[in-house]
Design a binder for this molecule. Sequence first.
Ligand SMILES: O=P(O)(O)O[C@H]1O[C@H](CO)[C@@H](O)[C@H]1O
Ligand SMILES: [Mn+2]
Ligand SMILES: [Mn+2]
Length: 412
Amino acid sequence: MARVFLIVLDSVGCGGAEDAEAYGDVGADTLGHIAAACARGDGDRAGLRSGPLRLPFMTRLGLGLAAEASTGRAWPAPAAEGAIRGQWGYGVETSRGKDTPSGHWEIVGTPVDFDWGYFPDTQPSFPADLTAALVREGGLPGILGDKHASGTAIIDELGAEHMRTGKPICYTSVDSVLQIAAHEETFGLERLYALCRIGRRLCDPLRIGRVIARPFLGGPETGFTRTANRKDFAIPPPDGTILDRAVAAGREVVSVGKIGDIFAHRATGREVKAGGNMKLFDAMLPEVERLAHGGLLFANFVDFDTEFGHRRDVPGYAAALEAFDARLPELEQRLRPGDVVILTADHGNDPTWRGSDHTREHTPILAFGPGLQPCPIGRRETLADVGATVATALGLPAHGPGRSWIHQEMKR
Ligand SMILES: O=P(O)(O)O[C@H]1O[C@H](CO)[C@@H](O)[C@H]1O
Ligand SMILES: [Mn+2]
Ligand SMILES: [Mn+2]
């Protein structure tokens, strides 16, 4: 029986979204703009990387062709060396949010059919009764922030005041989130998590997708750094995800990275975590060897988004893509006959774009595995086609709007 490895490169969009105007994102193109910047020499950073964007493994799977099909523009990075060996295409997000839960839930077959609640880009941003309840129930002296912000910028701005006053830093973005940043030592990590649980309950009636704990360390003299102890408290996804169906059928499920958080830990099986893309890859490989026949491994590689997209760091993003690409042969070596690997993304986060938020884009979809015939899979009208394909490959029941691109004749 096949095993499926579904891997989300968080925020690695490929431009071209027809509805980008509604988001102020016309022309945003995460992969294309990184590749173009690298081609111009604007992706160079001493000691990190230089020159054109080199993604030999994914380019041979069809990444450049997928990007061209998505945007109608030539792929501004080296073409595939050798014949295309993957199934390639791109996905159109139908859920209205350009956030992580919307993207992931749609990928696994359950697009978001309701509108998330959002906090306005005003100051204060949070409704007075929400703040009052958080302060009262959390036993707080007050809160700081109360606005849209980049998470690294706001701890630079308010970290010292937070340490002095004991008031947590609450902020949001264009996504449906309440983020709470606090010092791991002076405020306390468990206390921050407890506060986020209170925030989660208070945000439920507002349909806020996630309450996110953003612990950090450091001091006013040394500067502040976020730690790997981020924790997301999410609304559970709609019923019927591919994870639900796999677990219901008694299949082994392994979640790597932040998948558990994104699905409120429902049907996420054994959760494997590590800090940073490369450590996550290290942690994923033994799971690839171990996964039972008929099993599903679902991984999210978050650094692309958190460390480079939101930080608008082109060389960093390019280096992260190259480092990820260079590890893919290690994954391929561990595949067995019938296995299917799908690489895709949940939304864009163009590091050349204004601001620090996600960007509305199509997402690349690449599939490969022993016995999987290379072919174009075209434009997929919903990311749920990925989940439908996973269901076909694993022999699980169909659910929701997705259509599988794998038929038996394309597998062998
Ligand atoms: O700037 P940071 O804190 O990384 O925030 C980002 O992370 C949030 C959740 O992924 C997004 O909504 C975005 O605003
Ligand atoms: Mn994401
Ligand atoms: Mn993000």
